[in-house]
Design a protein around this ligand. Structure first.
Ligand code: HAM
Length: 418
């Protein structure tokens, strides 16, 4: 066989190791508990979706265009690895008739998403989201409900008091006229804009508002604001969202430049940051209302609102903040056969497993070396098994905390370990 280099992971993905999993579990369990406390039900949708489903959700957006993992399968179908969950959840809502049930459908999803982004700390090509969607209602109370879920979840995992940034971006009634105003304002400045902004000026001028180019900051400050250009319905919605947030005692900052990276939003948009940090890269989550997406996807017009939050970032911050999570040892009981006693050791392990997690050290090592491993993995008990024990169906049970050891019949193990 020719020598080959060991094969390493794909760029931008990572392994979540057993030592990190308790934190991930804690974050996911809290997510389910909080979502269910608000009456949301879990949905699991495919990671693979038709590329067109994703692309129709937005064309000039980074996540959908240059960041999309898009490929043709063996049958030459154009597929995508989902970059986010909203389009897929909305598809399932219509395709699987959730729209026929009581409205709104309150749904949440936990799972991996894929974006061909430049990998860096907190930004991965495969990452995990908690996604929450309320589909089938235009009530501003639901905008606030999903924000409340997001903040409740972050509080539950020990990252309480996130900073909430809030804005509205109008809807199909008022936004076109506003965008025209924005274009008219920026056109005379075009030569002084960054190449990215020049490109966006005609196609998606809203994105000029979240441009990070420093030379554009003064232009942004004087640009017309959507909040001064809302139609009556959007203005009423906006006012109600803020009243409801006040009533829920959720603090927020108005950010007129917050437009979000995805095209499909209407009215409310928001992002959550760890307190004391800012910038797109650190966002713990974001979302908003997307009343026009259903129609863009070919379904009947249906209002909806939701958010998603990155588990990678949340668990990283939990680790940094030293949030305590309960981690259990690999096994409570370790069976240590002294020599080649696999049959007897496996049987003893089966007996112990009725009451405790149990593993066997089958390796051809000395008993002393096996004891050292048992100490390392943090087993609570070891069951020592000699050839003589195996013959008599007895074992030596050692309590690792007290150091006490006693001889028992195998049949006595479950009651002693329970
Ligand atoms: P998004 O802002 O693109 O929104 O992503 C939501 C969150 O996912 C971000 O705030 C961040 O925490 C995390 N995230 C995004 N990209 C990465 C990455 N490359 N690596 C690690 N974490 C990342 C959405 O996805 C919308 N679907 C949210 C939504 C739901 N809007 C309405 N409903």
């Amino acid at each position: 066989m020719p020598r080959t280099e060991p094969i390493k992971a794909v760029r931008g993905v990572r392994d979540i190791l057993p030592s990190e999993v308790p934190r991930w579990r804690a974050a996911q369990t809290a997510a389910s508990e909080v979502a269910e406390r608000f009456g949301y039900q879990e949905i699991i949708t495919p990671i693979l979706e038709p590329a067109e489903l994703i692309e129709r959700a937005g064309e000039d957006t980074d996540a959908f265009a240059k960041e999309l993992y898009r490929f043709a399968d063996r049958g030459d179908r154009q597929l995508a690895l989902r970059p986010e969950a909203t389009a897929g959840v909305l598809r399932a809502y219509f395709e699987r008739n959730l729209n026929q049930g009581p409205q709104p459908s309150r749904l949440y999803l936990l799972g991996p998403m894929f974006r061909y982004d430049r990998p860096q700390k907190g930004r991965y090509r495969q990452f995990y989201q908690l996604d929450v969607e309320a589909i089938g209602s235009a009530s501003p109370a639901l905008d606030v409900e999903v924000i409340e879920i997001a903040t409740a979840w972050l509080t539950e995992v020990g990252l309480g008091d996130p900073r909430l940034e809030l804005n509205t971006i109008g809807d199909a009634t008022c936004r076109p006229a506003y965008l025209e105003k924005l274009r008219a304002y920026y056109r005379p400045l075009a030569s002084r804009l960054s190449p990215d902004s020049q490109r966006r000026l005609e196609a998606n001028p809203l994105r000029l508002l979240d441009s990070k180019a420093e030379e554009e900051a003064p232009f942004k400050a004087a640009a017309p604001r959507i909040t001064d250009n809302l139609c009556a319905e959007c203005a009423a919605h906006w006012q109600m969202v803020r009243r409801l947030l006040d009533a829920a005692e959720i603090e927020y900052e108005l950010n007129p430049y917050l437009v979000r990276g995805l095209d499909y939003y209407t009215r409310t948009v928001f992002e959550l940051f760890p307190r004391g940090q800012s910038g797109q890269q650190d966002a713990l989550g974001g979302g908003g209302r997307y009343d026009g997406l259903a129609q863009a996807e070919g379904w009947s017009a249906t209002p909806a609102v939701g958010f998603a939050s990155g588990l990678d970032r949340v668990t990283e911050l939990m680790a940094q903040a030293g949030v305590p999570v309960r981690s259990s040892p690999a096994a409570d009981v370790l069976v240590l056969p002294d020599g080649d006693l696999a049959l007897a050791a496996a049987e003893v392990a089966r007996i112990c497993r009725a009451v405790r997690s149990t593993a066997v050290d089958y390796e051809p090592k000395s008993l002393r070396a096996k004891m050292r491993s048992a100490n390392k993995v943090g087993a609570k008990w070891v069951v020592l098994l000699s050839a003589e024990d195996a013959k008599r169906r007895t074992a030596q049970l050692k309590d690792m905390a007290s150091g006490e050891q006693e001889e028992l019949d195998w049949t006595e193990l479950p009651t002693r370990l329970a």
